[in-house]
Design a protein around this ligand. Structure first.
Ligand SMILES: [Zn+2]
Length: 176
């Protein structure tokens, strides 16, 4: 269990969480989808949802540019894929892996889906160094951990992790 997993601190941290081989493998799968997103002209984010039994419940990438839907974030897309077909009981013991720290909207979607665990790659604070000051690129500066801490059911949160790998798809992408 990572020392980062139970933190609800709002302070920025770039201390990497140490992942199990299983968590690392699925997070790399999410990072692969972030590269796909970029190749298709979207912002480079990917997400996968995996059950406790190891079933891959959803794979998604950010498609906001392709769809012109500003809510088409990878994690929310993954929740939309899994939620109609997977019970809340299964989702409660599932993990959502995200190439980047979930935003406020995606943290809300994760909460509503009853997903019990999140593992993410690059953290929101590090992402802001890429996003710069352009209004359409800036995110609401509320940590997903603060959203999860407000949940009546526990949502474990592990990250940042695999920072070098998760930040690579962002290099040279964002306009500043
Ligand atoms: Zn989001």
């Amino acid at each position: 269990m990572s020392a980062m997993s139970s933190s609800s601190a709002t302070k920025a941290t770039t201390t990497e969480a140490t992942l199990s081989a299983r968590d690392g493998g699925y997070l790399r799968q999410a990072i692969d989808w972030s590269r796909t997103a970029r190749e298709r002209g979207n912002r480079p984010f990917g997400a996968v949802i995996v059950s406790a039994a190891g079933d891959l419940l959803a794979e998604a990438y950010c498609n906001t540019t392709e769809t012109a839907d500003c809510t088409g974030h990878a994690e929310t897309n993954a929740v939309r894929l899994a939620s109609p077909h997977v019970s809340r009981e299964v989702l409660a013991t599932s993990t959502l892996y995200s190439s980047g720290e979930p935003c406020v909207m995606c943290a809300g979607a994760i909460f509503w889906a009853n997903i019990g665990r999140v593992v993410f790659g690059i953290d929101a604070v590090s992402l802001r160094t890429f996003r710069g000051e352009l209004a359409v690129q800036r995110d609401a500066e509320l940590s997903c951990r603060d959203v999860f801490a407000a949940s009546p059911h526990p949502i474990e949160c592990v990250g940042p992790a695999l920072l070098a790998e998760s930040r690579a798809p962002h290099v040279g992408f964002w306009q500043v």
